[in-house]
Design a protein around this ligand. Structure first.
Ligand code: PGA
Length: 246
């Protein structure tokens, strides 16, 4: 099965010429590595231009979009506009958007609209912190249940779930593969309760401080299909190291 690398560029790089260079480097890696599917989420301003350079095995998407298709939403973009720019996927519920006030209800609306409009949703979930009592499982369950409410079972296979513990995003070390394995099982179990056997068609990704040193063990022991990558996706050397490790 192909490994999925979702590149979340966040608010980088500072100019379209640098974005094109970074995209060209990513494209070169995608041409060399047919066993990896690259999904690049650049800042929205760069999407149309980069999507025109995409190819099989290299998709372009958006980091955020509103669920309404038009209207008075200053600073937002709609899923229709993202589609018109040839974005094929959408990050939903990233921790940095939740921190700005995005609720589970907003996330659910967005996810349903994305599915309806034929955009691939990448649903991000994850707890802020971990305590010995283990209530982070409840947090993840609540996020999943709410976000996926009303999803038709036959559309479940189109969704990617990116588990990103907030404490690992931007951190120096990633989560331990053994802990990810436990979380993958928990995510599946939660989905099975909600959707039955169709739950097994969903791909689970890991995100948070992913790099070439931790990705291989996460892939072999963490029960994940791939990664949501921040810093290692915008630094060409780090990206090369990551890809070489897979
Ligand atoms: P990071 O970010 O890889 O820089 O930790 C991951 C993310 O926020 O998606």
């Amino acid at each position: 099965m192909k490994v999925i690398v979702v590149a979340n560029w966040k608010m980088n790089p500072p100019s379209v010429s640098e974005a094109k260079r970074l995209f060209a480097a990513t494209k070169k890696l995608s041409l060399a590595r047919k066993n990896i599917v690259f999904m690049v989420a650049p800042p929205a301003l760069y999407v149309r231009e980069l999507a025109a350079l995409a190819r099989t095995g290299l998709q372009v998407g958006v980091q955020h979009a509103h669920y309404e298709s038009e209207g008075a939403h200053t600073g937002d973009i709609s899923i229709d506009q993202a589609k018109d720019a040839k974005a094929s996927f959408l990050l939903i519920g990233h921790a940095e958007r939740r921190a700005l006030g995005e609720t589970n209800a907003d996330i659910n609306r967005k996810l349903l609209v994305a599915l309806e409009k034929g955009m691939t949703p990448i649903l991000c979930v994850g707890e802020d912190k971990r305590t010995i009592a283990g209530e982070y499982f409840d947090t993840v369950k609540t996020q999943l249940r709410a976000a996926l409410s009303g999803v038709p079972t036959h559309k479940l296979s189109r969704i990617y779930i990116a588990y990103e513990p907030v404490w690992a995003i931007g951190a120096t070390t990633a989560m331990k593969p053994r802990d990810m394995h436990e979380m993958s099982i928990f995510i599946r179990k939660t989905l099975v309760e909600q959707f039955g056997e169709a739950a097994h068609t969903v791909s689970v990704l890991y995100g948070g401080a992913v790099d070439g040193t931790n990705a291989p063990s996460m892939l072999s022991e963490g029960d994940v299909r791939g990664f949501l990558v921040g810093r290692s996706s915008v630094d060409v050397q780090k990206l090369k190291d990551l890809v070489a490790s897979l």
